[in-house]
Design a protein around this ligand. Structure first.
Ligand code: ADP
Length: 750
């Protein structure tokens, strides 16, 4: 189908697409148009990775906006929200405004009311609905990206309930769901009352197979030689072979550590093949990576990148990840060893994909479990760059003949699993039952069950007793904890959220987290930061750090030394599982305490065995949970809100109490704040009135930075023209002043 002949889209779109090299729609896109995706019809598109799903959604959203409507694009991960936002910004030149909603859960995002297209995660959309964002009812088109993730037991239920709520709010809304190829796409389409586009088409051929011995064995029965030298690993041999043909390789492994190890080893393969130009370009990328963070992980990444290899996982900072993705896309980096995060939506095609590990550690069974066919096929789908490669190749690795057969059966020839609703799992339902009642979507047990009947779960189950049973357990829990009030009539059981329940729902807390916090706060008189950090860390909303060997003794000691600081009762050592959980929370709390005491990032990553991205993750979550704690303390009329506020600000900026005022000034991160403070500039007011040469001195002579900071502080004349930096800063001493290199100043500014 020619782009010119698509009905319903804005008149500028065909020209714009042609300018971008798109003349013809891909077959699945044409099918979606035939199903009415540009004319307001709901569509589920179940198509392979890299087959142009994004354009299907764009056609839907732009035609909806053209009719005067408003579109919402729901992404599964925060990182993808900014990526999609950037992608859609290309339409702003045609007057289509695009907004992205991330961050703070507890707001209704009024500014988004004027955006034509809004990008947000499902959690964020759920919270916007809870906070009665008025524009939600104006939506005419809702896109759910990666809808197969309703199968994910952690995040799936939120997406599922959110879609049900949006459709209930706006019965005429067009729903467009994009999915990987799954086993039961019809069922998903039935749930969403949508037409189905179910296609196996790919823009570039994909050959899948298994490497075993000295050869590649393909799905079509063919074989080609790929010799492995003695002492060489098969992955290294494949990377070498791909390089010889001028291609790049994406290697999927099952843990961060394995990704780092593999990148380091594979760097010696790529290093031999680099040209001088490539080396120069890689050196630049490596130095950009070093600038983003001063941790050992980053240093290791930069060392691999200089040699043409990289690793990629969620422990890297966002800037680091983007640098790796870009350099891989422009073919400077020849091999990336990644955890499956890279398979989730990030557009990084590669000539060859090697899925080295097809098992992964699964905490719930305490051992290695095989990945699903769907996950493996998603990774496979990254192979082949349209327009560059004749075809893509995706490979698994076998160590024995039996394993070769097994992998063919299990993955190469297998169809992906059906997606299954995980809504009946209790933690998910607990949260959504409270939210559904609090937002007035349901006012009785019966109304609640009727609402739940619109979910995928209901579409998939014939046993309504099970859902009723878990729902009743949830209601009882919420009533017992004073989040809901209920009255039993003869035929109905009415439900109403209490004031506390409303707050909890708006704060986007798991009710169990709220119950834990409320319990800890009662009786607290003068809480310390550590006490508060440990409290929020033991809620189910915080992913705790694992205890490593030796940690149990260490943190048991800390627990007794600082016993008076903890809020609520400490479990007894004899209740082993609970006590261990509690210690994990303490370990996580100690990380936050170190951060708030201005410990360097690399000291923290070392001490706790985490990556820089993890510190950021914990800090963000803690900040949100402490904000919620502050609100709950207010709700309970406790007089400790100021102590909580201070603990939150300290964790937000990673600083001691004395620096909070300074770090409230934009562009002043933890390290800059400490240097300013050491130069006797202790508050925002001091900054406004300070001698400019002292400011410039404290900021190590960085004129631009100094100007921006003075401007933010409200200085009447921030210009640094003709100002020379004063030397009068105190020497770096003590634990608070480990920064000696100004490049690090940005660390606290993230
Ligand atoms: P998916 O979301 O299905 O994984 P994308 O939407 O990211 O895939 O598309 C992959 C690539 O294909 C993008 O670079 C996109 O610009 C390109 N593309 C999409 N549709 C077409 C088309 N009709 N013709 C040419 N290229 C296209």
């Amino acid at each position: 189908m020619d782009v010119e002949s698509v009905p319903g889209v804005p008149s500028w779109l065909p020209g714009h697409l042609r300018d971008g090299g798109i003349e013809e729609l891909y077959p699945p896109q044409a099918e979606a148009v035939e199903a009415g995706v540009t004319e307001g019809e709901s569509v589920v598109a179940s198509v392979p990775t890299a087959s142009g799903k994004t354009l299907i959604s764009e056609l839907a959203m732009l035609s909806s906006v053209e009719q005067g409507g408003k579109a919402l694009y729901i992404v599964p991960l925060r990182a993808l929200a900014s990526e999609k936002h950037r992608e859609f910004e290309q339409y702003e030149e045609y007057g289509v405004s695009v907004g992205v909603s991330t961050g703070n859960y507890e707001s209704s995002g009024e500014w988004l009311a004027s955006s034509d297209i809004v990008v947000a995660t499902s959690e964020k959309v759920d919270s916007l609905v809870r906070n009665d964002a008025p524009w939600i009812s104006e939506l005419s088109c809702v896109v759910a990206d990666e809808v197969h993730l309703v199968d994910d037991s952690n995040r799936g239920p939120t997406l599922e309930v959110t879609l049900a709520k949006l459709r209930r709010h706006n019965p005429n809304v067009q729903t467009v769901a994009l999915s990987a190829t799954v086993g039961n796409a019809e069922e998903v389409a039935e749930w969403l009352d949508a037409a189905l586009v179910d296609s196996q088409w790919r823009p570039i051929d994909l050959r899948t197979g298994v490497h075993y011995g000295q050869a590649l064995h393909f799905d079509d029965g063919s074989r080609s030689e790929l010799p492995v030298d003695s002492g060489e690993k098969p992955t290294a041999a494949i990377v070498r072979d791909t390089l010889a043909e001028g291609g790049s390789t994406l290697v999927f492994v099952n843990s961060r550590r394995n990704a780092e190890g593999a990148a380091k080893r594979l760097a010696s393969v790529t290093d031999e093949q680099l040209t001088e130009d490539e080396r120069d370009r890689l050196a630049t990328v490596a130095s950009e990576i070093r600038e983003t963070s001063d941790t050992e992980t980053n240093a290791e990444l930069a060392r691999a990148v200089e040699r043409g290899a990289a690793f990629h996982h969620a422990g890297l900072s966002r800037e680091g990840r983007t640098l790796v993705e870009d350099a891989f896309r422009d073919r400077s980096i020849k091999v990336v060893a990644a955890t499956p995060t890279l398979a989730a939506g990030v557009n990084t095609p590669s000539r060859r994909v090697v899925v080295r590990d097809w098992r992964r550690y699964d905490g719930s069974i305490g051992g290695m479990a095989p990945l699903s066919v769907l996950e493996i096929h998603q990774m496979f789908g990254r192979a082949g760059r349209p327009g560059r490669d004749p075809y893509g190749e995706a490979l698994l690795l076998a160590n024995s003949h039996d394993e070769l057969d097994e992998l063919f059966e299990k993955y190469v020839w297998a169809d992906p699993e059906p997606v299954r609703s995980k809504l009946a799992a209790e933690p998910a339902l607990r949260t959504h039952v409270l939210a559904t009642v609090a937002s007035g979507v349901a006012r009785s047990r019966e109304g609640l069950l009727a609402f739940l009947d619109q979910t995928l779960y209901a579409t998939q189950t014939s046993d309504s007793d099970q859902l009723e049973g878990v729902t009743d357990d949830c209601i009882d829990y919420l009533v017992a904890n004073d989040f809901l009030e209920s009255e039993r009539g003869r035929e109905t059981r009415t439900l109403e959220a209490t004031s506390l329940g409303h707050t909890v729902s708006r704060l986007y807390l798991d009710p169990m987290s709220a119950a834990e916090i409320v319990d800890g706060l009662r009786g607290a008189s003068d809480p310390t930061p550590l006490g508060l950090y440990q409290l929020v860390c033991r809620t189910p909303d915080m992913y705790e750090l694992y205890l490593r060997s030796g940690d149990e003794e260490e943190y048991t000691m800390v627990a007794y030394e600082r016993e008076t600081e903890f809020l609520g009762a400490m479990p007894s050592e004899f209740e082993e599982a609970r006590f261990e959980e509690w210690l994990s929370a303490l370990k996580t709390a100690r990380l936050l305490e170190d951060w708030a005491e201005e410990a360097d990032e690399d000291r923290i990553t070392d001490r706790y065995g985490v990556g820089p991205g993890d510190i950021r993750g914990k800090v963000d979550t803690a900040e949100w949970l402490l904000g919620a704690t502050e609100r709950l303390a207010g709700e309970l009329d406790l007089e400790i809100a100021p102590a909580i506020h201070t603990a939150r600000k300290r964790v937000e900026h990673g600083v001691g109490e004395d620096l909070i005022d300074l770090t409230n000034v934009r562009h002043v991160g933890r390290k800059r704040a400490r240097r300013l403070y050491d130069a006797d500039i202790e508050t925002r007011t001091d900054l406004r009135e300070a001698d400019k040469s002292a400011v410039l001195g404290a900021l190590r002579g960085r004129t631009k930075t100094a100007e921006r900071i003075l401007e933010q502080a409200g200085h009447t004349d921030p210009s640094m023209a003709n100002v020379t930096a004063s030397e009068r800063t105190r020497p770096d001493t003590g634990t608070n002043a480990q920064a000696t290199n100004d490049d690090q100043s940005q660390l606290g500014d993230f």
